[in-house]
Design a protein around this ligand. Sequence first.
Ligand SMILES: [Zn+2]
Length: 127
Amino acid sequence: MSQSALSTPFTDGLAQGRVRCQRCAHCGAVQRLARHACTACGATALEWFDAQAGGRVFALTEIRRAPTDAFKALVPYTLALVDLDEGARVMGHAEAGLAIGDRVQAGVFVLDGQPLIRFTRSATPGA
Ligand SMILES: [Zn+2]
């Protein structure tokens, strides 16, 4: 296994089309980013759960230089930092035309065998 133990449940989830977040088994706090210990209480018993993966765009960044050859077909593309309703903050590719504050839904697409998150505008306006 080449992935770190910390990211494996997340990437395994993506491969199954699921966005997973970490929650503290001790106090229930959802971790904003993948952690080894709870940011609220310090417990190391963190569990992964499947998020509904709806959220709101926090930030957008346009990528003009492909990080690998596989991404060259995509550039320029936009990455979104999204605050999921569950409380986690997740990075993913963004549908064209998204703006900060838009409601989005995370899906998964595969690029060069690697599952990646893609955010599209939510179908439920005002949610
Ligand atoms: Zn905790």
